[in-house]
Design a protein around this ligand. Structure first.
Ligand SMILES: N[C@@H](CCC(=O)N[C@@H](CS)C(=O)NCC(=O)O)C(=O)O
Length: 211
């Protein structure tokens, strides 16, 4: 059985867990904190969670994990069958990861863990996020799903990136990023009501409240 390592407050952990549940893949969840210890890096070389363990070995980086899980589950595909559409989906995921999620996450310490505010980082991040969200607005359909009629990996990726990014933008710039992308607010509500996403979000909320 697949082992999923991480901790429940992580948005990336929640993303992989919701995807496993939606795909009906059996897994065991093991609590572990990110670390730079050699023994941890042997499992997840960037010292991050989530990562999974299979009989073949360990796998980290959420896009790689999602791709692997997708390739292992033939039923209910979550990547478009058409190669060009599949590449467009990957393009959306890259925009979300590189120009929105990873940028905003530079302020995680301040927003979620009571760390110091870094004004110069915030000044760098904001224009990149503006561009990223404008790209998302051009590329995404959000009617009803990110890529159109069918749910794909991009929906899971976008939801769990935007859950955190939204809070960061609100606290740092009083910016409602949902207003920057047509249909994003309605899509976010619709995704949050999917039973497995709700289950994972509720667990995450409990973990955050205990922090
Ligand atoms: N690129 C990674 C990002 C995962 C990530 O940022 N995980 C956070 C927890 S939500 C983490 O482990 N942070 C610890 C660190 O960066 O040292 C992925 O796609 O899985």
């Amino acid at each position: 059985m697949i082992k999923l390592y991480g901790f429940k407050i992580s948005n990336y952990q929640a993303m992989i867990k919701a995807f496993l549940l939606e795909k009906g893949v059996a897994f065991e969840e093991l609590e572990i904190r990110p670390s730079k210890e050699e023994s941890f890096l042997a499992m997840s070389p960037m010292g991050k969670v989530p990562f999974i363990e299979l009989k073949e070995g360990f796998l980290s980086e959420s896009t790689a994990i999602l791709g692997f899980l997708e390739n292992c589950t033939a039923d209910e595909p979550m990547v478009p069958a058409d190669p060009f559409r599949a590449a467009q989906m990957a393009q959306v995921v890259n925009v979300l990861e590189l120009y929105i999620g990873t940028e905003a996450a530079r302020l995680n310490g301040y927003v979620f863990f009571g760390g110091e505010f870094n004004q110069s980082a915030a000044d760098d991040i904001e224009p990149m996020m503006v561009k990223g969200l404008a790209a998302l607005n051009r590329l995404g359909s959000f009617s009803p799903f990110v890529m159109g009629d069918d749910i794909t990996i991009a929906d899971f990726f976008a939801y769990y990136i935007l859950v955190n990014t939204r809070l960061i933008a609100k606290k740092v710039w009083r910016w409602d990023i949902l207003a920057d992308v047509d249909g994003l607010a309605e899509w976010m509500t619709m995704m949050s009501q999917r039973p497995f996403i709700k289950l994972v979000d509720d667990e995450r909320a409990v973990a955050i409240s205990k922090m």
